[in-house]
Design a protein around this ligand. Structure first.
Ligand code: HEC
Ligand code: HEC
Ligand code: HEC
Ligand code: HEC
Ligand code: HEC
Ligand code: HEC
Ligand code: HEC
Length: 428
């Protein structure tokens, strides 16, 4: 039986289309498998690194704890930018530092949080993004620098209640094994006091993938029999055949003659804060509407473009324990296409979890705050990785804090004496 049909009676989910709100929001998504890897190799799952996980014993908790997470649960970028760009490498990490006590205190003043990827210290030799960044985004970027001014290591920016490193230009290739895709890269976050003394640290996943299988259909001789030698040029050729006579003023000329092209030049994308050209469908609408009926209306169908059968970006407890898939939360292709504000209008936890203690205080989960000012994602992890995730690396930070995986639930991680109440949702 389907999970949605066997909700516990104490819950009051609405099972109908009510939760099929659209989507919305921020940063990164897809990518095309590129020419850098031979076509046959693209299909070889052995190219992906098997996940090796060493159990980290829970560190003795000191006076501070560091919660860290990625904002979306998956960031995608194009494998190859020489022809077109859907999304750049752009990974965003958040952290909160809590001074343990009675009560605990969320700290940002006088504290610095640094981030780095011990086994992923350079990108410019692993992606041709920097060769084409100027043409695609009209910016001069130093190698290994991201579009929001953050590189592969450095200090996170301090905000009122958290720290953030926005748009880290991370690739899916580790330094130690750069020929193998590894979409669950590990970041090391360290909190220091003003004197440089280490207060707390943790290891968090920065998920990143180029597994977008446009080649499933747009391979040479695929859709419309087009055969140009590369998936990307097959797609641009088809797009020119269908629409070249409609390209708006200021954007005319065959896309094949203007490479590399950014899709968001004409099709609005909130992921890039790109307004597009008025009157044209936004990129989400164009893509989901055009491909509705071309893919099964299932998670595997979505995995044609979202990463993917090998990456398995959907790894959360609801998918593994309750049988839920993309369509249960987002609706089908047509429904996604109807979203009037893609990336910023998305499904909400409290559409299904209706008890008042689970209410979001912001339209987006990733922006919402719960118990004592702790961010929802600090205890539950990112969307699509809601603990306990099936990706063992997602568990490392929870094991470091509370000695076990799953939602951060041990009160004594933050409180130094046992507080009243049995759940952070009902206490306080
Ligand atoms: C043919 C390729 C393709 C398929 C199949 C596909 N997507 Fe997408 N999707 C994209 C692209 C490309 C974007 C990025 C759009 C942008 O940058 O604004 C995207 C963005 C999204 C977004 C974020 C933007 C928004 O509309 O809120 C959601 C959510 C989404 N897809 C859900 C789904 C779901 C659910 C499925 C399966 C039912 C699916 N997609 C299948 C290509 C696809
Ligand atoms: C399951 C097969 C399939 C996959 C996967 C797929 N496409 Fe398509 N795509 C098609 C088909 C079929 C058409 C032609 C649709 C038509 O003409 O009705 C098409 C059309 C297009 C068009 C032309 C739209 C137009 O009318 O101008 C673009 C652009 C496109 N696809 C981009 C992509 C991108 C980018 C991806 C990967 C993110 C992708 N497609 C993945 C099957 C697929
Ligand atoms: C120069 C402007 C321009 C650029 C750049 C551009 N497109 Fe388009 N695209 C259009 C126009 C114009 C249409 C036709 C829109 C219509 O019929 O309403 C279109 C149609 C589409 C459609 C079919 C939508 C539908 O429902 O029929 C898809 C899918 C699409 N574009 C995807 C892409 C992708 C993917 C890229 C980047 C590789 C891209 N476009 C880049 C102008 C552009
Ligand atoms: C489309 C409806 C829907 C949405 C949206 C949704 N959930 Fe769920 N969730 C469920 C169902 C169904 C279950 C399993 C039944 C139950 O817990 O009663 C569940 C279970 C859970 C569980 C418990 C899993 C376990 O077995 O321990 C957690 C934690 C959870 N959801 C968190 C969230 C968070 C956080 C969000 C928002 C990011 C969210 N859910 C969004 C329907 C939904
Ligand atoms: C349990 C419910 C649930 C399932 C299953 C689910 N999503 Fe989501 N998705 C959400 C929620 C909730 C958000 C909005 C998160 C926020 O508000 O910060 C979201 C947001 C997104 C976004 C926008 C970027 C982001 O992370 O905010 C994309 C793209 C997306 N989902 C694609 C998918 C795809 C593809 C699948 C299947 C592989 C899928 N989702 C499965 C609940 C779900
Ligand atoms: C301090 C850690 C913490 C924070 C912050 C937190 N949660 Fe929870 N959450 C928990 C724990 C522990 C549980 C399990 C006990 C319970 O259900 O009350 C839980 C349970 C849930 C469930 C119920 C899942 C089920 O069993 O069906 C949902 C939904 C949920 N949280 C959503 C949220 C949302 C949304 C936010 C932010 C507005 C949030 N949580 C903030 C720790 C937290
Ligand atoms: C991730 C850290 C964290 C976890 C885990 C956590 N809390 Fe808290 N808690 C806080 C913070 C931060 C405050 C806000 C203190 C303030 O208001 O200044 C707080 C406040 C409270 C308060 C009200 C103030 C006080 O100390 O009396 C209660 C009661 C409470 N928590 C109970 C719990 C219970 C019960 C659990 C475990 C089921 C729990 N908390 C788990 C961080 C946490």
């Amino acid at each position: 039986m389907h999970a949605l049909a066997r909700l516990k009676p104490r819950r009051s989910f609405h099972l109908a289309a009510t939760f099929l709100i659209g989507l919305v929001c921020t940063a990164a998504l897809a990518m095309l498998l590129g020419a850098a890897v031979p076509a046959a190799a693209q299909d070889d799952p052995s190219l992906y690194l098997p996940v090796v996980f060493k159990e980290v014993p829970p560190a003795a908790l000191s006076d501070y704890v560091l919660l860290g997470w990625n904002d979306l649960g998956m960031h995608c970028y194009n494998r190859d930018f020489q022809d077109l760009g859907v999304l750049p490498p752009y990974n965003t990490l958040w952290a909160q530092v809590i001074k343990r006590g009675n009560p605990p205190v969320i700290m940002t003043d006088t504290i610095t949080v640094t981030y780095r990827f011990p086994d992923n210290t350079h990108s410019a030799d692993k992606s041709n993004f920097w060769t084409y960044a100027k043409q695609l985004f009209s910016v001069d970027l130093a190698p290994d620098m991201g579009l929001a001014g953050f590189g592969l290591s450095g200090d996170m920016a301090a905000k009122a209640d958290h720290f953030v490193a926005e748009g880290i230009p991370l690739t899916e290739f580790s330094d130690s094994n750069p020929a193998v895709r590894d979409p669950y890269q590990l970041a090391e976050l360290v909190a220091l006091d003003a004197g440089g003394k280490v207060l707390a640290q943790n290891t968090v996943v920065a998920p990143v993938s180029t597994e977008m299988r446009c080649d499933n259909c747009h391979k040479d001789g695929g859709v419309e029999g087009i055969r140009t030698g590369r998936v990307e040029t097959n797609i641009l050729t088809l797009h020119d055949e269908e629409n070249a006579d409609e390209y708006p003023a200021g954007h005319t000329g065959r896309l094949m003659d203007r490479r590399p092209v950014l899709c968001a030049e004409c099709h609005a994308s909130n992921a890039l804060n790109a307004p597009g050209v008025a009157g044209l469908p936004n990129l989400s609408k164009a893509m989901h509407e055009k491909h509705a009926g071309k893919v099964p209306q299932t998670t595997d169908g979505c995995y044609n473009c979202h990463p993917g059968p090998t990456t398995k970006c959907l790894r959360d407890v609801m998918s593994s324990q309750h049988g839920m898939g993309c369509v249960d939360c987002h609706g089908n292709m047509e429904k996604v296409a109807e979203n009037s504000n893609p990336w910023l209008n998305e499904p909400r936890c409290d559409t299904c979890h209706k008890e008042p203690q689970y209410a979001q205080d912001q339209p987006l989960y990733r922006m919402s705050t719960g118990h004592g000012g702790v961010r929802c994602e600090g205890c539950h992890d990112s969307t699509h990785a809601i603990a306990a995730s099936t990706e063992t690396r997602d568990a490392i930070k929870f094991i470091n804090l509370q000695g076990k995986t799953g939602t951060l639930s041990s009160c004594l991680v933050c409180h130094t004496t046992m507080p009243a109440g049995d759940s952070p949702h009902t206490a306080q």
